[in-house]
Design a protein around this ligand. Structure first.
Ligand SMILES: [Zn+2]
Length: 444
């Protein structure tokens, strides 16, 4: 727990630091939620005889996973066979209109808990009724950066004024859950609103997120409306800078790639959602070769359909092989770094999270890989372990999850909640919402 010393003796730590160090039989010493030291297992217990122990001595420890783009959902299973724009109109907008604030809060809670249970410790989530989602995020214990769904419609509940109010309430950097700025996309936000959000992001030096160049339809519509492509349009409005995280960025022109590179804007790559909505494959390796920071996101459960980052990194590694026909485009190590330290850089949080290093927050994902699908299991083979994590594992292999030194998942079990009770309560609301959606004509 926070304010106490916790010792985490580890079998193998894949630190994800700059050198890619792998540490065997090393104990993470956590004090007040921060990594105070990394000591040989044999020394740590002697140095701290009274400390609480979280035993990972037969397990593999990686930094907590970082999801750089998601949305919470209380329902899923609709519109499985639709392209982005049809899906957005028929599913996303209707679900958004029908969901009440209380349902959204429950949706956020189950989404954050699902993410935590599968190894994610930090997530950026774009939310409607964001004040309710904030309460869910605090309850979950996860490190959440909330982007309100700021739109240019009269009935928009998360107006830019509220976004500012929430940001100002959560400026304290020690808070696990904080608000950042954002707007949905050029489709729903006019130029004045976009300029306003950018101005606030610049003034407070706080990150912002929007969707851009997600599909060919997205590009076509922006050309029709504004005479240029979405990311170029954002640049014209001054919205591309080091605080901007572009969700998707699948279809960028050469000029847009140069603009993103020059301005330091970042990209949230969402491979499952891009495949499911038939958007296409973002040239991720090319982006990274140009020096663009790229992290990985799951997107929402309505287009994924889960928040399992261990599944997501497998798709991230495999998707480009279809378009580039290159088997070594993104290696297991590259996608694992994208889901940890690179994701932290995308969020501007790499000074506190993203790698197992002294001085950083004790945010950890502990994997129990003593399973048939992880053979051979040899803690002296970090290359094979990394391959297993990316290609063989999924979220159910996560044994324990720690945020700020607090154990949120222990032995595959949530510590702050009784999962059966949460499931039962959420399922009542989810089934009720689903019936209402069906009455409104929302179908598979
Ligand atoms: Zn999205």
């Amino acid at each position: 727990m926070k304010n106490r010393i916790v010792l985490i003796p580890c079998g193998c730590i894949l630190t994800m630091n700059d050198k890619g160090d792998v540490l065997r039989n090393t104990t993470i010493v956590s004090e007040e939620g921060k990594i105070k030291a990394l000591l040989p297992n044999s020394e740590a217990r002697t140095a701290y005889p009274d400390a609480e122990i979280v035993d990972a001595s037969n397990k593999v420890v990686i930094p907590g996973l970082v999801n750089v783009h998601m949305h919470s959902n209380l329902t899923r299973g609709f519109g499985d066979n639709m392209a982005l724009y049809a899906w957005h109109e028929a599913i996303a907008e209707t679900v958004g209109m029908e969901t009440s604030p209380e349902e959204m809060q429950m949706g956020a809670l189950i989404s954050y808990l699902e993410a935590v249970k599968s190894g994610t410790t930090t997530m950026l989530s774009m939310e409607k009724y964001s004040a309710y989602c904030y309460e869910a995020a605090k309850a979950s214990g996860a490190r959440v950066r909330i982007v309100p769904y700021v739109l240019d419609f009269d009935d928009c509940v998360d107006k830019v004024e509220l976004n500012l109010e929430y940001v100002e309430k959560t400026l304290d950097p020690s808070l696990r859950t904080r608000f950042i700025f954002g707007f949905d996309s050029f489709r729903e936000a006019g130029p004045d609103l976009i300029r306003q959000v950018v101005e606030l992001s610049n003034k407070y030096d706080i990150m912002m997120q929007t969707h851009s160049c997600e599909s060919v339809d997205d590009v076509t519509l922006c050309l029709e409306l504004h005479g240029c492509e979405p990311t170029k349009y954002l640049h014209k409005l001054g919205a591309l800078n080091k605080n901007m995280i572009l969700a998707h960025g699948v279809h960028l022109t050469e000029e847009e790639k140069q603009l993103v590179t020059q301005t330091g804007a970042r990209i949230a790559h969402c491979p499952t959602s891009n495949m499911k909505l038939s958007d296409g494959a973002a040239p991720v390796k090319e982006y990274m070769d140009r020096g663009i920071l790229v992290g990985i996101g799951t997107d929402g459960a309505n287009s994924n359909n889960n928040y399992d980052m261990l599944e997501e990194i497998k798709f991230a590694a495999l998707l480009p092989r279809i378009s580039t026909k290159k088997a070594d485009d993104l290696t297991a190590e590259t996608v694992l770094r994208m889901a940890t330290i690179e994701g932290a850089k995308v969020l501007g949080m790499d000074d506190i999270i993203g790698s197992v290093e002294v001085g950083k927050c004790t945010d950890l994902c502990i994997l129990d890989m003593r399973n048939l699908h992880c053979l051979p299991y040899d803690l002296d083979e970090p290359g094979i372990l990394m391959s297993h994590i990316v290609y063989s594992c999924n979220g159910s292999d996560v044994d324990s999850v720690i945020v700020d030194g607090e154990v949120l998942v222990k032995n595959h079990t949530l510590t702050r909640f009784d999962e059966e009770s949460v499931f039962a309560a959420a399922n009542i609301l989810s089934k009720n919402l689903t019936q209402r959606l069906k009455k409104r004509g929302v179908n598979m």
